[in-house]
Design a protein around this ligand. Structure first.
Ligand code: HEC
Ligand code: HEC
Length: 340
C-alpha cells in the first residue's frame, strides 16, 4: 500500500519536474549579464513620465491649444498650421530636410524636430533660443519663412473674428479681462504640447521587463553604452538636456553656428542641443541641417565626429536595432481636427 503511494508520488513528481523543465524552456531566462545591463541602463536612462500636466484641471486650455495647433488661419494665406511641419500622425515631423515656408517660396535652414516629448526638453530649438513650449509656440506664427503672420494684432484679430474661438478663449482664460492676448496663444498650444508624451518598449525595459527588448536590441543598448553615446544622449529623452558641439572630435562641415547665434559667445560656436533619441527611427532626415537620410549613417557619423571611432557594420546594426525600441507604441488620433 505504502509503496503504491510512493510510486504514485514519484510519477507525480516526475511529471511536475518534466512540466517545469518544458515550462522554463518556453520561457526566457534572465541571466546575470541581462541583470547587469539593465542595472547599468537604469543608471543612465529613465522611463518617460506618463503625464506632466493636470489634464482634468487644464482641460479647457488643452482643448483650445489642440484646436490652435491645427489652425491654418494662423498662417498668412491660411495654408499652414503647426501640424503641417510637425504632423502628429507622423511622429511630429514632416520628414523633409528643411521645411518650406507657407507659400513654398523659401525654405528654412534647419530640420523640424518632433513635438512629441518636446515639452520635456531643457530648452527649445536646435540652439535652445527659447526655454519652454509656451514661449516657443509664439515664434513660428510670426516667422516670415514659416507661417508669416504680419503681427500679434493681426493674429488676434483673425481669431477673435471666429465665433468658436470667442467661447474657447473665454473658457480657457476665465480670469483674464481680455483673454485675446497673443501670449495666451502660446500658453494654450504649450499646454496641449505637454500632453504629447509617448511610451515605448524601452520604458518597459527600464521598468524591469528585460524581454521588452530583443537580444539584438539589448546588444545594441550595450554597444550604445560601451562606445559612449550615453555621455551626451542620456536621461529620460536620451538627449534634450545639454548643448554639445557637433564635431566634438572630428569637425562636421556646417555653415550654421548653432548656439553662438543666441549667445554671441565664441565658446558656443557649433554647439547644438543634443536631440532626444525617442522616436528617432521615424523622424528622419537627421541633424540640424537634415542632411543625413538614414539612421545607419547618422550613427556612423556620430561615432566619427563625436567620439572619434569608426563603428563597424555590426555595431551600427545593433545600435540601430536598439534605437528602434524607442519608437512610440501608439500615437494619439486627431483626424477630425486635421481636416479643417
Ligand atoms: C514651416 C514649418 C514649421 C511650422 C509651420 C512650425 N514649425 Fe515648429 N519647428 C520647425 C523647425 C524648422 C524647427 C527648428 C528650428 C530651429 O531650431 O531653429 C521647429 C522647432 C519647433 C519646436 C522645438 C522642438 C525641439 O526639439 O527643440 C517646437 C516645440 C515646435 N517647433 C512647435 C511648433 C508649433 C507649436 C508650431 C505652430 C505654432 C510650429 N512649430 C510651427 C518648423 C515648423
Ligand atoms: C559629444 C556629445 C555626443 C555624443 C558622444 C553622441 N552624440 Fe549624437 N548628437 C549630439 C549632438 C550635439 C547632435 C545634434 C547634432 C546636429 O544636428 O548639429 C546629435 C545628433 C544625433 C542624432 C540625430 C538626431 C536627430 O534628431 O537628427 C543621432 C541619431 C545620434 N546623435 C545618435 C548618436 C549615437 C548612436 C551616438 C554614439 C555612437 C552618439 N549620438 C554620440 C551629441 C552627441
Amino acid at each position: 500500500m505504502k509503496s503504491k503511494i510512493l510510486v504514485g508520488l514519484n510519477v507525480l513528481m516526475t511529471a511536475m519536474v518534466l512540466g517545469g523543465v518544458i515550462h522554463s524552456c518556453s520561457r526566457q531566462v534572465v541571466t546575470e549579464e541581462d541583470k547587469q545591463l539593465l542595472h547599468e541602463a537604469q543608471s543612465y536612462f529613465e522611463p518617460l513620465p506618463q503625464s506632466i500636466i493636470d489634464e482634468e484641471a487644464k482641460a479647457d486650455l488643452i482643448v483650445l491649444g489642440r484646436k490652435l495647433y491645427f489652425e491654418k488661419q494662423l498662417s498668412k494665406d491660411g495654408s499652414m498650421s503647426c501640424n503641417t511641419c510637425h504632423d502628429l500622425g507622423n511622429f511630429g515631423v514632416d520628414n523633409l530636410a528643411t521645411s518650406p515656408s507657407f507659400d513654398g517660396s523659401v525654405s528654412g535652414d534647419r530640420n523640424s524636430p518632433t513635438v512629441y516629448n518636446a515639452a520635456l526638453h531643457f530648452s527649445q530649438f536646435w540652439d535652445g533660443r527659447d526655454e519652454t513650449v509656451e514661449d516657443q509656440a509664439l515664434g513660428p506664427i510670426l516667422n516670415p519663412v514659416e507661417m508669416a503672420m504680419a503681427s500679434e494684432e493681426e493674429v488676434m484679430e483673425r481669431l477673435q473674428a471666429m465665433d468658436e474661438y470667442r467661447e474657447l478663449f473665454a473658457k480657457a482664460f476665465p480670469d483674464d479681462e481680455n483673454p485675446f492676448e497673443y501670449v495666451n496663444v502660446g500658453k494654450a498650444i504649450g499646454a496641449f504640447e505637454r500632453t504629447l508624451l509617448t511610451t515605448d518598449r524601452f520604458d518597459d525595459y527600464l521598468k524591469g521587463d528585460v524581454f521588452a527588448l530583443s537580444a539584438k536590441e539589448r546588444a545594441g543598448l550595450r554597444a550604445f553604452i560601451e562606445v559612449g553615446c550615453m555621455t551626451c544622449h542620456d536621461g529620460p529623452l536620451l538627449g534634450g538636456n545639454s548643448f554639445q558641439m557637433i564635431g566634438a572630435v572630428n569637425p562636421y562641415e556646417t555653415e550654421d553656428k548653432g548656439r553662438y547665434l543666441v549667445t554671441g559667445d565664441e565658446w558656443d560656436k557649433y554647439f547644438f542641443k543634443v536631440p532626444s533619441l525617442r522616436n528617432i527611427e521615424k523622424t528622419w532626415p537627421y541633424f540640424h541641417d537634415g542632411r543625413v537620410e538614414t539612421l545607419e549613417e547618422a550613427i556612423t557619423l556620430m561615432g566619427h565626429h563625436q567620439l572619434g571611432i569608426d563603428l563597424d557594420e555590426n555595431q551600427v546594426k545593433e545600435i540601430k536595432a536598439f534605437l528602434t525600441s524607442l519608437t512610440a507604441k501608439e500615437l494619439p488620433h486627431f483626424e477630425e481636427l486635421e481636416k479643417n
